[in-house]
Design a protein around this ligand. Structure first.
Ligand SMILES: Cc1cc2nc3c(=O)[nH]c(=O)nc-3n(C[C@H](O)[C@H](O)[C@H](O)COP(=O)(O)OP(=O)(O)OC[C@H]3O[C@@H](n4cnc5c(N)ncnc54)[C@H](O)[C@@H]3O)c2cc1C
Length: 481
């Protein structure tokens, strides 16, 4: 008998969502991630959980409707991570006729059905706060509700839940070789040690590494897939409110400017064709210049490449919205399912679709993830502020910013970090702003964090504000723990 029913290569959003779904249906699952969870595409994903209004322009109303349904589900199962936000699109006639955009938006709102979020409206930018940071020549804007999400944390929480349902989650575990017979026999280099695992079915969810894994590791026929490099930049915040800007650029592409971790703005996306090692992908000077120029068309404050504090890049399939799911089976040989890319918003549904393809090989329970909260997400979707208030009443030493950060990351699990603490001193050493020893220990014990960067850039984005000295102290603390 094989060690597990399903082995998954890749701990990105696709891999962990499949692991969670499969484990919850009673399958024995092992997931292998060569680095940290979410260290591939998720790290550079644009923090949007949306129907992608502009997709209507491409005539994809069905896809938009499905994404809006998923957005609603995500809001209910992860109300701490998925935050409703007002999206603002300034109107001007240079790129698209305003009347067309307006009609498109009201259609978008109808596709959302009985959404609990505020309805679309037309804003007068000369009086609305959304107009304050923008150039005076902009008069009107469309505004609607969509959501933002930290995809890295979405990945981690899916993995945490998969593990709670019995999946083995192995980070720092690279699949280097596989042999296919009636079962798969995988060779894994796990933190320097070689081990072998057998599985009844294999899922290749290795993102931009997929062609390489299919060929060199799984010995399957060559897979044709083209990837694009997508880059984003972080600058000191160029606006003071919580709205997301959707800005039409002069090449007809949409640029997003998103409030990012309290003091920053995230500006993306720049897209370019990419060939090479996905591990070596990085934003180039041309990406920085493109994004700065696009933002400077709109904001009064000029954004220059010298203002860029941090840049992120990732590799995603050329058609990132749909991604693809492909089952390969041959008589007498164990199946392999390839799942790559696809919109963040659709990841839960994509995992269910992927499992539907494997279902004929296993006796499994029916789909279940649509209504099951992710860890910490067991509170009503509109009660985020109440959670913050409750936390501040219970742990009176918590400042507003600190409480908000903790609730948005851990939701109702905040108590597992703060426990019976009566003051910040009870939480152990303080690293930088508000990262405490207690939180670090929780992340190591419960969320698979091993190194400082796992915490600074994936479990949180505190790397943006932490000094070199604090990072060293954090690394030393983690090594000792
Ligand atoms: C900048 C950017 C913009 C995007 N834009 C949007 C958008 O606008 N809307 C939207 O909804 N979605 C968007 N996405 C897409 C979405 O974020 C991704 O499709 C999603 O993260 C799914 O990624 P994945 O799991 O397929 O791959 P990844 O997250 O890349 O995961 C693959 C993992 O496999 C691991 N791996 C590779 N080889 C091996 C091996 N041999 N052994 C073990 N592990 C291995 C890698 O380390 C990696 O962690 C965007 C993504 C990026 C990066």
């Amino acid at each position: 008998m094989a060690d597990v029913d399903i082995a998954i290569i890749g701990g990105g959003l696709n891999g962990v969502c499949i692991a969670r779904d499969a484990a919850g249906r009673g399958l024995r699952v092992a997931l292998f991630e060569q680095g940290d969870l979410g260290s591939g595409a998720a790290m550079a994903a644009p923090h949007l959980m949306h129907g992608d209004f502009i997709d209507l322009e491409r005539g994809r109303a069905r896809r938009v409707r499905a994404a809006l349904t998923e957005r609603g589900a995500a809001l209910c199962v992860a109300p701490h991570l998925v935050r409703p936000t007002r999206f603002v699109l300034p109107l001007h006639a240079d790129e698209r006729p305003p009347a067309m955009l307006r009609a498109g938006l009201f259609f978008y709102d109808r596709l959302a059905g009985q959404s609990r979020l505020p309805r679309p409206e037309i804003l007068d930018l000369t009086i609305d706060e959304a107009g304050h940071p923008l150039k005076r020549s902009l008069g009107l804007a469309l505004a609607w509700s969509d959501c933002t999400v930290d995809e890295s944390r979405l990945v981690v929480l899916n993995a945490v839940d998969a593990a709670a349902r019995g999946a083995a989650i192995r980070t720092g575990a690279r699949c280097v070789w596989a042999e296919r017979s009636e079962i798969w026999k995988l060779s894994i280099v796990n933190r320097g040690r070689r081990e072998s695992v057998t599985a009844r079915a294999l899922v290749n969810a290795s993102g931009a590494w997929m062609p390489q894994v299919a060929g060199a590791v799984l010995h399957l026929p060559a897979v044709q897939a083209s990837f694009v490099k997508v880059s984003q930049i972080v600058v000191r915040r160029v606006f003071d409110h919580d709205n997301v800007y959707v800005l039409q650029n002069d090449d007809r592409r949409m640029i997003y400017a998103i409030p990012f971790h309290r003091d920053f703005s995230l500006i993306g996306l720049s897209e370019r064709g990419f060939h090479g090692d996905p591990a070596a992908v990085s934003a180039g000077a041309d990406d920085l210049a493109y994004l700065c120029a696009a933002a400077s068309r709109y904001f009064r404050e000029r954004v220059a490449p010298a203002d860029v504090l941090h840049a992120m890049a990732g590799c995603i399939p050329d058609d990132r919205r749909d991604g693809f799911i492909k089952l390969s089976r041959r008589r007498g040989e164990a199946p392999v399912l390839t799942v790559v890319g696809g919109a963040t918003t659709m990841a839960r549904r994509r995992a269910a679709q992927a499992l539907a393809k494997l279902i004929r090989f296993f006796a499994v329970l029916p789909p279940w993830t649509a209504k099951a909260p992710l860890p910490g997400g067991d509170f009503p979707h509109d009660a985020f502020d109440d959670q913050v208030d409750d936390a501040r009443r219970r742990w009176t030493f918590l400042g507003e910013r600190h409480a908000r950060r903790l609730v948005s990351a851990y939701g109702t699990r905040i108590g597992q970090i703060l426990g019976a603490a009566k003051s910040m001193d009870d939480l152990g050493p303080l690293f930088g702003d508000d990262l405490t020893g207690a939180e670090v220990r929780y992340l190591m014990n419960e969320e698979f964090a091993r190194f400082a960067d796992d915490i600074l850039w994936r479990r949180s984005k505190l790397g943006l504000t932490m000094s070199g000295k604090d990072r060293e102290a954090l690394a030393a603390f983690m090594a000792a723990a």
